[in-house]
Design a protein around this ligand. Structure first.
Ligand code: NAG
Ligand code: NAG
Ligand code: NAG
Length: 375
């Protein structure tokens, strides 16, 4: 299992790790021996809610929006609907438990949901509510999934998640980035975007409570990454020359992300006291991702603010309308050396490193192991 966690693609003949990143990844692996095998006592069940950061194909299944190669080129050798050259963070987390990669809830052909379901859809936000596929819609889909599982089980269907297993499933949430990004994209000022944060946080809190009321007890909440370091934002945001920090990221965007995260951390504290028999793990993705960008050379990456797949060349390789997979795009040879895949999403190589940091528990509050829920 550990070998496959960090293996390069057997399917893509044009792809190869250079010696340095290969050695580097090997070193990472040695530092985190608990990746080596599944430590689950019972079969792990995971339900995931979110946006493109954890969408394993829902956008294609649910909306028919094509995600084309070179997405998927590094690991799957075909497009799976993931906005990445290979695996996402959630894929590595699943692999660390030796469980199958999560199927999108809306993928009706060839899917198995015996280890959970992925409700995340690219582009999703918490607000506005009641539109596909806002967080509250994803949670309602989960409720339907649970009710339907019970109905079918009563008729003798198998390969379903038993009613008693929803309590020890893990409920993962990674959302909020689009709420913040969409607000900036609409031209709202820093102050206006900050004012929107409490209503976004209220939606996330509500989602956790609704899942709790349906029996969920184990939650894993990712905070949001440094929005102002995404090549897309750097390329498209206007008048940012006075607003760049020492890493070259947009300060106001990152400040909003940090305020959001502080609020999310606070909500996790509130939820822990309101739901005493629940475990809510808050994971600091921001610190993990900023470290990757700020110290990119140390980790074997270069040009952390430049998309591997995009158009326009340096400094960001991102242009509106010619994004990755669309006519006119250009793609780097070695995505193993890039942090950013397409200007918004991270490469598989970055995701592997991010996942290994998550699994270290150093960024988690409380610092429990990722496999705590399946003991
Ligand atoms: C991982 O899962 C596979 C297939 O389900 C199984 O054959 C293998 O023994 C498992 N490995 C570990 C270390 O649990
Ligand atoms: C650009 O940003 C600077 C500094 O934040 C500000 O003083 C200036 O008014 C802005 N210009 C435009 C055209 O928005
Ligand atoms: C970069 O790495 C150093 C040394 O590990 C660390 O102290 C620092 O916090 C990192 N920078 C960021 C922005 O994470």
């Amino acid at each position: 299992m550990s070998a496959s966690l960090f293996s390069s693609a057997p399917l893509n003949p044009g792809y190869g790790f250079s010696l340095f990143p290969a050695l580097f990844l090997f070193t990472v692996f040695l530092c985190v021996p608990h990746l080596a095998y599944s430590a689950c006592g019972k079969p792990p069940i995971i339900f995931n809610f979110g946006d493109s950061n954890s969408d394993t194909g829902g956008i294609v299944a649910g909306l028919g929006i094509p995600v084309r190669l070179p997405n998927g080129r590094t690991f799957f050798g075909r497009s799976t609907g993931r906005l990445c050259d290979g695996r996402l963070v959630i894929d590595f987390l699943c692999q660390s438990l030796n469980t199958s990669l999560l199927n999108p809830y809306l993928e009706s052909l060839g899917s198995s949901f015996s280890n959970g379901a992925n409700f995340a859809i690219a582009g999703s936000a918490t607000l506005p509510k009641r539109v596909p596929f806002a967080l509250n819609i994803q949670v309602m889909q989960f409720m339907h999934f649970k009710d339907r599982s019970a109905e079918l089980a009563a008729t003798g269907a198998n390969h379903l998640i038993g009613y008693d297993r929803f309590g020890d499933a893990l409920y993962m949430i990674d959302i909020g980035q689009n709420d913040l990004a969409d607000s900036f994209a609409k031209g709202l000022s820093y102050v206006q975007v900050v004012k929107k944060i409490p209503s976004v946080l209220a939606e996330i809190k509500n989602a956790v409570k609704n899942i709790y009321e349906r029996g969920g007890r184990k939650f894993w909440v990712h905070n949001t990454g440094p929005l102002g370091c995404l090549p897309q934002k750097l390329a498209l945001a206007k008048n940012i020359s006075h607003d760049l920090d020492s890493f070259g990221c947009i300060s106001s965007y990152n400040d909003v992300a940090k305020l959001f995260n502080e609020g999310l951390r606070q909500i996790s504290v509130e939820l822990r006291s309101e739901m005493e028999d629940a475990t809510i793990v808050y994971v600091d993705m921001y610190t993990i991702k900023l470290d990757l960008i700020a110290n990119s050379t140390k980790y074997g990456f270069s040009s952390p603010l430049m998309a591997c797949c995009g158009s326009g060349g340096p400094p960001y390789n991102y242009e509106r309308g010619i994004s990755c997979g669309f006519p006119g795009y250009q793609v780097c040879d070695q995505s193993s050396q890039s942090v950013s895949w397409d200007g918004v999403h991270y490469t598989q190589a970055a995701n592997a490193l991010i996942a290994s940091k998550i699994l270290s528990t150093d960024y988690s509050t409380p610092p429990v192991m990722f496999d705590f829920f399946c003991q």
